[in-house]
Design a protein around this ligand. Structure first.
Ligand SMILES: Nc1ncnc2c1ncn2[C@@H]1O[C@H](COP(=O)(O)OP(=O)(O)O)[C@@H](O)[C@H]1O
Ligand SMILES: [Mg+2]
Length: 335
C-alpha cells in the first residue's frame, strides 16, 4: 500500500511563558492510501496538538516542533507556504474538533463551499459549481436547498455534516477528523459515523480519526494508536486491541465505553484524570491511576516496544523482546 502520511519522532512542546509543556512526545505512525487510523485517548492527552502540528497549523511562537512529517513523500518542513496552502483541502483536509470552528458564522453554506473552490483555483462554470455543491451536500445527506442557510440555522449534527462536506469537496486523499461527533447525541453520532464509513468506502480516501470513544474507533478504524500524556502507549490493529488490550490504560478506555453493538454491560471508568502535561509524575505518566503498578513504573518511563509483528506497547508489564529472549525481566535488568 502506498503511504500518504508519514509522521516520524514528532514532538511538540508548548512554550507558555516560563513553562514548557511537552504535549506530544516522540510520536511516529503512517497512514496508507485508503486506510483508517485512529488516535485514541482522553481529553488533555495531546491529540489535537498532534493533529494541528501535522497540518502545520502551530505557530513557532507558541510551540517547538521536532521530528518529521511527510505528505505524499514530501517533507512538509521544506514545502513553501504557498504550496502548503494549496495542499490543504486538496491533499489533506481537516474536520476540526468543533464544527463551528470549521464554519464561518457570517457566510451561507453555499458561499463557504464556493470560497474553498475559488481559493484552490478550481472555479468551474456556475452550473458545474452548483452541481458540485449539491452533489457534495447530498453525499453527506443534506438536502441541497439547505445550502442557502447560515451555520446558526443548522442543528449540531447538520453543522458537523457540512464540516465533513467541506473537507471532502476537493477529494483529498487524507481527511483528518478531530472528535467529529463529540458533543452530539448518540443517535446523531451513529448516523454520522456510518456516513463517514460509507463515504470512505465509496471515495477511497484515507482517514485519521481522533476520538476518546474507543468503541467508535474499534468499529471504524483499521489501526489504533492510544495516546496518554503526549505519548503513544499502545498501537495495533483495532480488532486485536479490542480483544486483547495490553496497556492498563487501553483496558480502562475500552471498559469505559459501551460497545456500539451487542449486549449491555456495566461500565467502569478509570479513576482520576490525565496529568497536567506541564507537571508529569515520575516514571510512567499513567502510574498514579494504574491498578497494576510495579516499583519500576515509579522510576522509569516505559518505551514503546513491539510485542508482536503488528502490535506495540509502552508498559513495564510487558518486558521487551530483547530481555524476554534472555529470560531476564526488564525490572532485573534496570535495578
Ligand atoms: N496553545 C496552548 N498553549 C499551551 N499549552 C497548550 C496549548 N494548547 C494545548 N496545550 C496543552 O496541551 C495539552 C493537550 O491539549 P490537546 O492537544 O488539546 O489534547 P486533546 O486534544 O487530547 O484533548 C493541554 O492539556 C494543555 O496543557
Ligand atoms: Mg482535542
Amino acid at each position: 500500500m502506498k503511504e500518504i502520511l508519514g509522521v516520524e519522532h514528532l514532538s511538540v512542546t508548548y512554550t507558555d511563558g516560563n513553562r514548557r509543556i511537552p504535549a506530544v512526545n516522540d510520536v511516529s505512525f503512517t497512514v496508507d492510501e485508503g486506510e483508517i487510523i485512529a488516535i485514541a485517548g482522553e481529553s488533555g492527552c495531546g491529540k489535537s496538538t498532534l493533529i494541528t502540528a501535522i497540518l502545520q497549523l502551530l505557530s513557532p511562537d507558541i510551540a517547538d516542533i521536532t521530528g518529521s512529517i511527510r505528505l505524499n513523500g514530501q517533507d512538509l518542513a521544506s514545502v513553501d507556504p504557498e504550496l502548503l496552502r494549496r495542499m490543504r483541502w486538496t491533499d489533506i483536509s481537516l474536520v476540526p474538533q468543533s464544527a463551528m470552528n470549521a464554519l464561518n458564522p457570517i457566510m451561507s453554506i453555499e458561499e463557504q463551499m464556493k470560497r474553498i473552490m475559488a481559493a484552490h483555483g478550481t472555479m468551474p462554470t456556475t452550473r458545474d459549481l452548483d452541481k458540485r455543491i449539491d452533489e457534495t451536500l447530498v453525499m453527506v445527506n443534506i438536502q441541497p436547498r439547505y445550502k442557502k442557510l447560515y451555520p446558526f440555522e443548522l442543528s449540531g449534527g447538520m453543522r458537523q455534516r457540512v464540516a465533513i462536506a467541506l473537507a471532502l469537496m476537493l477529494h483529498p486523499k487524507l481527511v483528518v477528523m478531530d472528535e467529529p461527533t463529540t458533543g452530539l447525541d448518540v443517535i446523531v453520532q451513529r448516523g454520522i459515523l456510518m456516513e463517514i464509513r460509507r463515504l470512505q468506502k465509496e471515495l477511497g480516501f484515507a482517514v485519521c480519526l481522533v476520538s476518546h470513544d474507543m468503541s467508535l474507533l474499534i468499529e471504524l478504524a483499521h489501526t489504533i494508536y492510544v495516546m496518554y500524556a503526549g505519548r503513544v502507549i499502545e498501537s495495533g490493529p483495532s480488532r486485536e486491541i479490542y480483544r486483547t488490550p495490553k496497556h492498563p490504560y487501553t483496558q480502562g478506555l475500552i471498559a469505559c465505553f459501551p460497545p456500539l453493538q451487542g449486549s449491555r454491560k456495566v461500565l467502569e471508568g478509570i479513576p482520576g484524570s490525565p496529568p497536567d502535561l506541564g507537571q508529569l509524575p515520575p516514571g510512567c505518566a499513567f502510574q498514579p491511576r494504574c491498578t497494576q503498578c510495579l516499583d519500576i513504573c515509579l522510576a522509569e518511563i516505559p518505551v514503546l516496544e513491539k510485542v508482536s509483528s503488528s502490535r506495540a506497547v509502552a508498559c513495564h508489564l510487558y518486558p521487551s523482546q530483547l530481555t524476554s529472549n534472555t529470560g531476564e525481566s526488564t525490572y532485573d535488568r534496570i535495578s
